[in-house]
Design a protein around this ligand. Structure first.
Ligand code: FE2
Ligand code: FE2
Length: 191
């Protein structure tokens, strides 16, 4: 389960299955925002070449995911609507400390944790929905998001001491677990 300290409430998949189109629409926005996170990191820390190279790969992958989700919506005769926002991600990003270099570490770890939770939810979707095309798609994507989690942790360990990374990851994953336990189980990727 990567770094996660709790599993998603089983109510969430029931809600997601009943409103699959809403989940797909929200998922498209999540992929777009994952690409934006990569762009944001590139933009904030231009002098960090290794980060820039890793983020360039990540942004390409996330945009590819966005394109695939958009095509799925198109095939289903649905249209992408406005982004309703992601309270889960917003709460996590509020945990970013203000000063550098702590902020950089928190940004990397928070992005990694969101990838890990997205991976878990994609796996749950793949295991529980009937549509074969979506099942295959979510299985592939879950693997890719797990890879992104690994990338963020790897970058964190490159720029920070391993003990510091582990300790902060512990704090942030504890916070994330409490957050997830209190989510309303809405039909969205992090609902
Ligand atoms: Fe993705
Ligand atoms: Fe990702």
């Amino acid at each position: 389960m990567l770094c996660l300290k709790c599993v998603t409430n089983s109510e969430w998949i029931n809600s997601a299955k009943k409103n699959l189109t809403e989940v797909i629409i929200d998922h498209a926005h999540c992929e777009k925002k994952a690409a934006l996170t990569g762009m944001n990191l590139m933009n904030t820390y231009p002098e960090k070449t290794d980060l820039g190279l890793e983020m360039a790969d990540l942004v390409e992958e996330e945009i590819g995911h966005f394109r695939s989700v958009l095509k799925i919506l198109q095939r289903r005769g649905e249209t992408l609507t406005r982004d309703k926002g992601d309270d889960y991600a917003k709460e996590l990003f509020k945990q970013l400390r203000k000063n550098k270099p702590e902020r950089f570490l928190d940004h990397l770890l928070t992005a990694g944790i969101i990838e890990a939770r997205s991976c878990e939810r994609l796996q749950i979707l793949a295991e529980n929905i009937e549509d074969e095309e979506l099942k295959r798609f979510y299985t592939t994507l879950a693997k890719s998001e797990a890879g992104h989690y690994v990338t963020f942790i790897k970058i964190a360990k490159e720029y920070f001491d391993e003990t510091v990374v582990k300790q902060r990851l512990e704090e942030l994953t504890n916070f994330e677990a409490e957050l997830v336990k209190n989510l309303p189980n809405k039909p969205s990727m992090h609902g």
